[in-house]
Design a protein around this ligand. Structure first.
Ligand code: PLP
Length: 452
């Protein structure tokens, strides 16, 4: 019998996360305090995060134990299946073998609870009562709402205005899990009021929503802040995806030639790819690692590798990363989760070290690939995930031309059940492809502080 889904037992969920900082040939650049211009220390971050997460942010330990309470929640949906897309291979008439790691089966529908759950857990351990965050398309807000509910923590979510208006069901999901969700910019914070005074119709952006959430967390003693991507501890928690996948490939008697993930802040990509990059760094594997972004928010393909703020109001520390400038308000494309101006410092550093490649696509061919996949495999991907699918499609087509039977693996970061409005526009031919000109890049980069 030809196997399609490769399942692990619950006991085979990894017991440790993988920390790539232990294996980096060159250490990560330090995070810089915007006032002193010196590297920041744990105390600078203490108003925002619990100490356990600050420790993980800078840890050099290769493997970090996953607490039993976190594993207990992971068991609600993990291990996730690794699936061979046999029907899609056939539809594409390719000799390639295509596998995807199905992260859309979690309760909120994406990979995001892999980090929301440990973040809620460590906050609970340190006596935190409230967590504040921001959300773009609503996936992170719903994942954190889900996790906070399980650990009996109050959760408040600033949701980017345009998504708040377009995606009421994501908000209702957060409310079902007991969280409060409000549109950003709001009048609750100084950062929000400043934006609204200048532009009452501001569609918002992740950068603005982060400013609001950080401001409120800093002001309140019982409240911490939580970020769903970009930071090192988030990449760490997400490595359960790749660690499970490596076991599943072993069971299938395969090892991928190409490993693909879409990138917004970099977390699902890193979670899937870092264990494979470990094998490149330590076992001399020659895997092609591909990160995919939208041409409308081309952080790595058109941005610059510079120190920049993580938010619009310049309240976060300075992080060395690829950036389009912290003032960047991207075009309202449907893949809301990919509309961030910056990128995970770990992903950027590995790109600088030549460990991965980056490609960018406009939305229309991305949806072409999503629909081709859905018609063969049944599952309806999130628009973000569809970027990875488009890349797998192109790799499969290359194999069709060359006759090579490569093993192509991509991370299926989430389902698209709340994104049918985007599919509707695609089917109606109303989808607009945004490209980013050099002038726009230059303009966006003007806000980046000059440090070096
Ligand atoms: C949030 C999200 C992304 C983008 O975020 P990363 O941190 O880059 O992974 C991609 N896919 C889905 C389904 C998401 O919810």
């Amino acid at each position: 019998m030809a196997v399609t889904k490769i399942f692990l037992n619950e006991s085979e969920i990894p017991q440790q996360w993988y920390n790539i900082q232990a294996d980096l040939p060159v250490p990560l650049p330090p995070v810089i305090h915007p006032g002193t211009k010196e590297p920041i220390g744990p105390d600078d971050l203490a108003p925002l995060f619990p100490m356990a997460l600050i420790g993980q942010e800078v840890s050099q330990e290769r493997y970090i134990d996953i607490p039993e309470e976190v594993l207990g929640v992971y068991r609600l949906w993990r291990p996730t299946p690794l699936v061979r897309a046999r029907r899609w291979e056939k539809a594409l008439d390719t000799p390639a073998k295509i596998y995807y790691k199905q992260e859309g089966v979690s309760p909120p529908g994406s990979h995001k609870p892999n980090t929301a759950v440990p973040q809620a857990y460590y906050n609970k351990q340190e006596g935190v009562k409230r967590i504040i965050t921001e959300t773009g398309a609503g996936q992170w807000g719903s994942a954190l709402s889900f996790a906070c509910n399980l650990f009996d923590i109050e959760c408040k979510v600033y949701m980017v205005r345009i998504s708040y208006d377009q995606k009421p069901y994501r908000r209702l999901m957060m409310e079902t899990w007991g969280a409060q969700c409000l549109p950003s910019p709001s009048r609750e914070t100084e950062a929000g009021r400043r934006i609204l005074d200048a532009d009452p119709d501001s569609p918002g952006s992740l950068g603005i929503a982060i400013s609001e959430a950080v401001e409120e967390a800093v002001k309140r003693e019982d409240t911490k802040y939580s970020l769903g991507s970009v930071l090192n501890h988030v990449m760490l928690h997400q490595t359960v995806i790749g660690l499970e996948s490596i076991k599943q490939f072993e069971m299938a008697g395969e090892y991928p030639d190409v490993v693909i993930g879409c990138v917004g802040g970099g977390s699902n990509f890193a979670g899937f790819a870092l264990p494979f990059i470990r094998d490149k760094l330590t076992d001399g594997r020659d895997t092609k690692i591909l990160a995919v972004e939208p041409t409308a928010c081309p952080t790595m393909t058109k941005g610059l590798y510079r120190y920049d703020f993580g938010d619009t109001a310049c309240t976060t520390p300075l992080i060395k990363m690829y950036t389009l400038g912290h003032d960047f308000v991207p075009a309202p494309i449907h893949a809301g989760g990919l509309r961030y101006h910056g990128m995970s410092p770990i992903v950027c550093h590995l790109y600088e070290l030549g460990q991965l490649d980056v490609v960018a696509y406009p939305q229309t061919p991305v949806f072409d690939a999503a629909v081709s996949f859905a018609r063969a495999e049944g599952f309806l991907p999130a628009p973000e995930t569809a970027h990875a699918i488009k890349t797998a499609f192109d790799e499969a087509m290359r194999c069709r031309e060359s006759g090579e039977a490569k093993v192509i693996a991509f991370n299926y970061s989430g389902h698209g059940h709340f994104d049918m409005g985007a599919y509707e526009r695609y089917f109606n031919g109303d989808m607009v492809d945004h490209d980013f000109s050099q002038e726009e890049v230059d303009e966006a980069m003007r806000s980046v502080p000059v440090l070096e």
